[in-house]
Design a protein around this ligand. Structure first.
Ligand code: COA
Ligand code: MG
Length: 290
């Protein structure tokens, strides 16, 4: 599994922003053809992305292309005109049902065959960000073996359901939880939506921390300034790693003695607490801290 703490978006028609992102350690870079690109610039974005994929060195970053939603009339062209640049995969926005992803999955099957790419090698992320998408998130999470992550789009969702965005975010809380729960049920990563305020890295960190507490393993970013706070929010601290290790080691020692539940520092530890500690260690391993 790849680490995806920050998923940095940039308009696909901006070679400069693609180059800037590619030179950084982001985790995931998403070159956009959808809402970050004007309707008159879709063709320019496809051409720029293809050129970037062919000429820019992305280092260890995952390189993805966000296409226009299924039903827009642009999706197939977005994929066909960029696939020969060998991206790692595609991000499909406004996914409303399994059928949307199955459509893209089949198109990728055909293109992989046509271009002699390994079958199934192109991955998919689905953005769930509409009322229908939230209702169908369980079927979406199972729609394609290519799917590696679900992304949650709070802004589009608020627009779709007529909610007003607030700093606390209760208006999208049900949906934010539904997406991370569906992702966990089908062993996918969950990537939280954007923090819009560009000049507030600590606010971005706090929002990402709340997402991490819900079980998200990463968050969308829209500016390079957001990468450091996101890496910080989704990487366990040394103290968290030490505490998790202690729980796991103590549990193993107690299991060897035939004891399932025990007290550690005045708190009860049993299997769910051990599982939570294992999650912390798995994240630390992915981040290269173990
Ligand atoms: N990816 C890569 N580089 C970026 C970037 C991004 N998302 N956003 C800004 N930068 C770069 C700029 O190119 C600039 O570098 P330069 O001066 O060397 O060219 C530097 O970071 C500082 O940028 P700044 O002046 O603070 O921002 P801006 O006014 O140029 O752009 C936005 C502001 C919001 C337009 C820009 O951050 C952006 O395009 N974000 C992504 C939008 C998007 O993709 N939306 C759809 C998905 S939600
Ligand atoms: Mg969106």
């Amino acid at each position: 599994m790849r680490i995806r703490r920050a998923a940095l978006y940039m308009p696909g028609d901006s070679m400069r922003k693609i180059q800037k992102a590619a030179a950084m350690t982001v985790d995931t870079i998403i070159m956009d053809i959808e809402d970050g690109v004007a309707r008159t610039r879709k063709a320019a974005a496809r051409a720029t992305i293809l050129e970037a994929l062919r000429t820019v060195e992305f280092g260890a970053n995952e390189k993805l292309v966000r296409v226009n939603p299924v039903g827009s009339g642009w999706t197939a062209q977005d994929i066909i005109e960029t696939v020969t640049g060998h991206p790692d995969g595609y991000v499909v926005p406004k996914v409303e049902s399994a059928a949307d992803l199955i459509y893209v999955d089949r198109l990728l099957n055909d293109l992989e065959a046509q271009h002699c790419l390994e079958r199934g090698s192109l991955t998919l992320h689905a953005i769930v960000e509409t009322a229908r998408g939230i209702l169908n998130v369980a079927e979406i999470a199972q729609a394609s073996p290519r799917l590696t992550a679900l992304q949650f789009g709070a802004e589009d969702l608020a627009g779709d359901i007529g909610a007003t965005r607030t700093p606390a975010g209760w208006e999208v809380f049900y949906a934010r939880s539904a997406v991370v729960t569906a992702a966990a049920a089908f062993r996918l990563q969950a990537i939280d939506g954007v923090y819009l305020n560009l000049d507030d890295p600590e606010g971005c960190y706090e929002d990402a921390k709340r997402a991490a507490e819900l079980g998200y393993t990463g968050k969308m970013a829209i500016h390079p300034k957001q990468i450091e706070p996101l890496h910080r929010a989704f990487t366990p601290t040394d103290e968290e790693i030490a505490a998790a290790r202690r729980v796991v080691e103590a549990a193993a020692a107690h299991q060897a003695e035939g004891v399932g539940a025990f007290a550690l520092d005045g708190k009860m530890v049993d299997q769910p607490i051990v599982n939570e500690a294992q999650h912390v260690l798995a994240k630390a391993r992915l981040a290269g801290k173990l």
